[in-house]
Write a protein that binds this ligand. Structure first.
Ligand SMILES: [Zn+2]
Length: 160
């Protein structure tokens, strides 16, 4: 925590992140730095003179990933249903392992069986971005507020 308040959700669960592009780099000279909210994923710039004294605050990863292990199904019309084992989860995506080969750029819907007494949640449109030794990184193309809330809630249950 670095004390910056999120402009969207008002929580202080924010993180200084790396500047994107020349404009944000240039704004750094005027002490405007980018932050990312770990709760709602909002990204914003904030005037913060004290950041010039902290050289090692910037995290390469903008959002925390939470280690988890559970089974899920990814599916699309071309491939059908493919079981995967999810290894980490954030509101922006997840890593998983699978016995089947997922190709970079393939788009799947995801069914997560998170809480035993609740119906699975479905997240539409996760794109395969990485393939490292059959460990796949998928990022959500767009995630609804309701699904993001459920993912958040699941992470908080697992880590409580
Ligand atoms: Zn926020």
């Amino acid at each position: 925590m670095n004390g910056q308040q999120c402009k969207d959700c008002s929580l202080f669960d924010t993180r200084r992140v790396a500047a994107r592009g020349m404009l944000e780099v240039a704004l750094g000279f005027f002490l405007l730095f980018p932050y990312r909210c770990q709760h709602c994923c909002g990204r914003f710039l904030r005037f913060s003179p004290r950041e010039i004294f902290s050289r090692d605050r910037v995290n390469r990863r903008e959002l925390d990933r939470h280690e988890v292990t559970f089974d899920a199904i990814v599916a699309n019309p071309a491939r059908g249903r493919i079981p995967v084992r999810v290894a980490d989860l954030s509101p922006e995506g997840f890593h998983c392992r699978s016995d089947e080969t997922l190709s970079i750029g393939e788009i799947f819907d995801l069914s997560l069986y998170l809480l035993p007494d609740e119906a699975p949640i479905h997240v539409l449109g996760a794109v395969v971005r990485e393939n490292m030794n059959n460990s796949y990184g998928l990022s959500f193309k767009q995630i609804g507020d309701a699904e993001r809330h459920i993912v958040r809630r699941y992470i908080s249950v697992v880590h409580s």
